[in-house]
Design a protein around this ligand. Sequence first.
Ligand SMILES: Cc1ncc(COP(=O)(O)O)c(C=O)c1O
Length: 490
Amino acid sequence: MPRHRLALGIPALGAIDRGRGQIGLQLVEALRNAIYRGELTTGQLLPSSRALAESLEVSRGTVSEAYEQLIAEGCLEAKAGSSTRVAATPTPGFASAPRLQRENAVGASLASASVEQYAAMAAKLAPLPSVPFSVAVPEGAVAMDHHWRRLSHRVRASQAAAPAGYSDPRGLLQLREMIAAHLRKARAVDCSRDNVLVTEGTQQGLYLAAKVLLTAGDTAWTEDPAYPGLTAVLEERGVRTRAVPVDAQGFDVVRAFEAWPEARAAFVTPSHQYPMGMPLSMPRRLALVDWARHHGGWIVEDDYDSELRYAGQPFPAMQGLDRDRVVYLGTFSKVLAPSLRLGYVVAPDSLVDAFIGARSLIGRASPIAEQHVIAAYMNEGYFETHIRRIRAVYAERRAVLIDALQREVPELRIQHADQGMHIVGLLPAGVDDVKLAMAALDAGIALRAVSAMCSANSAISGLMLGFGGFSSERLRSSVRKLRVLLDGFL
Ligand SMILES: Cc1ncc(COP(=O)(O)O)c(C=O)c1O
């Protein structure tokens, strides 16, 4: 380090290295550091630009520019006609101010409750590793095809992937048109593109629905068991959740109404009850719509995997029964990939603007490039072909899994369902599904415990087993692991 730099009494200047170039920038950084570290203190005079330039062997202009930069940042100040000083920074005196008794401050205690609540949700909603029997792992034979990759490259090479300016909070027009056309044809949903709002998946759709339809203290019915991502959303909103046990026909609105007539909304999975698998029967659907019409209730229909039905045609969506009382939620997570983070809300006409407003508050709009890719994939007919292809693969994998379970783990009572990417097996009495699911991770398999999705009144001990993303061989070998694991619990 040259001696003259030390002579200025600013050790931070010793860091300046000619070899690195950009001396001006280095000088700004060194002086700024000197101020932060206290080598230069409030009000202290800096050397004149001439003196500093000479000692550093740089031009005077370089030093003057560095001083100007630091004056603009508020680190230095120069009074007309006088030299440059370190700016005076008022000391706030926080250290000596008496500490607020946070335990008694209402705002603070609410904030700390949320911190714990959100942290608990992070644990509850953490995704499982991508090993059997995790749900929703579209790899290999069920991954998106070469048409998807070609369209992705085409979009990314064009201006469309990153247009200037903000995009429409409702989502890309072409995609909304494609979604509306698909839903009218495949799901009998009664909608136009104006009812469709692109979201970052159904999770966001549930969040928006809870924001738009409910306020803290309102009552909402849910199915029991229910999707934990839904119950967490309602809890966060401060909604009184009333869980109604599902039976062979699904959610029972008559029972719900008898117990909690004050409910404003019902959150249901009519095509494929999550997680148990039964569809909501037609009489129950009609009863639910009847309630919504006569009591001003809202039905939120989570149609998360309805494209994947293995026996006959998929059931039509409930939304087609009443476009004014049903908010319909769909997702590309199951048929394409959950990592896309794209789904949609179909809102009744009276709620469209409210959903747009709520959507604008959380992240404004969904990223646009992938929306172009999906719109083109749908428009060119590949989406339908893809669904047909994966449905055939899933049907085979599902049959393999059921067969392997029946042979290797006959104590598991498989629940009848002919749709989706998972099946549920009930465990023999006394087996703790939560402990079993935890032990499974060490054995290299991923299971979800059904009791963790139940209300306190109705714990069912069972396992959710996803089969979508795994080859037949992996499914069979994983069933053998489950056999060994279960032996340790019997
Ligand atoms: C019943 C149900 N609803 C909603 C979601 C959330 O889906 P998305 O990935 O679209 O947010 C899932 C995901 O597994 C689900 O199973």
